[in-house]
Design a protein around this ligand. Structure first.
Ligand SMILES: [Fe+2]
Length: 243
């Protein structure tokens, strides 16, 4: 069983299409999405449509809930707020219903998803440090816990025996019995780890391997779409920088 886990797509259809193609070629047969389908980018309905076609199981992120007014956007920066307001105007009633139907967390076999964190998902608090990451293992009971939100990929491995948790260096890990993992899936549509390529997570259940995958996509196309929509130029300018 090969599962593709995507996070923080952010209305970037050029990146999502490239990731979908890459993951299909790898043999992905299940699709999980860790929230923030919309916001920042200029193709919200196109992204929702493609996720429907893939029959992806998705949860909500703060931007998804911001668009449907289920969470406050008062703390969003100017550009993020502009994009949320623009997205509200663009969405069809069908796409809005789709966002309204997204759960905050979900469990898929041995995988638990929550957009920001597992301790208080609706707080949207970030996991930036090892200290914060260690606390997360008390918030899910499955072998893998996957988050997004910061747009920066990482893997933390914790021993079931003594609870010790450390960051895994590198792009992949063979998962061991006796260990649990907290993973940030990175971002498909707006990576912020200085690598502009779209990022997603490959989980190979039979090979018991977790690996990040980076995919080049039509960044210029995504930028053009943002400019044509009249969204803040900073949203286009950051894409080739991976920030
Ligand atoms: Fe995000």
């Amino acid at each position: 069983m090969k599962i593709a886990i995507l996070s923080d797509i952010h209305s970037n259809i050029e990146a999502l299409e490239a990731v979908a193609k890459d993951a299909k070629e790898w043999g992905a047969c299940q699709w999980l999405v860790v929230g923030d389908i919309v916001g920042y980018g200029a193709a919200p309905s196109e992204c929702i449509e493609l996720l429907r076609k893939l029959d992806a199981r998705c949860i909500a992120g703060n931007h998804d809930w911001g668009v449907i007014e289920k969470t406050s956007i008062d703390y969003f920066n100017f550009a993020a707020r502009q994009a949320v307001l623009w997205t509200r105007e663009q969405l069809s009633s069908q796409s809005r219903e789709y966002l309204e139907g997204l759960p905050l967390t979900l469990t898929h076999g041995e995988i638990r998803l929550s957009h920001a964190n597992f301790i208080s998902p609706e707080s949207w608090e970030y996991v930036f440090t090892l200290y914060q990451a260690r606390r997360q293992f008390d918030g899910f009971a499955t072998r893998l816990g996957v988050i997004g939100h910061s747009h920066v990929p990482f893997i933390i491995q914790a021993s079931e025996k003594d609870g010790r948790a450390e960051q895994v260096m590198g792009e992949s890990v063979k998962w061991k019995s006796g260990s649990r993992y907290l993973i940030n899936a990175g971002s498909v549509g707006q990576p912020r780890d200085d690598d502009p390529r779209a990022c997603y997570l490959r989980v190979d259940c039979s090979g018991r391997e977790i690996a990040f995958r980076r995919v080049t996509y039509d960044v210029a196309g995504a930028q053009r779409r943002i400019s044509q929509a009249g969204l803040p130029s900073s949203l286009a300018e950051r894409l080739p920088l991976g920030r």
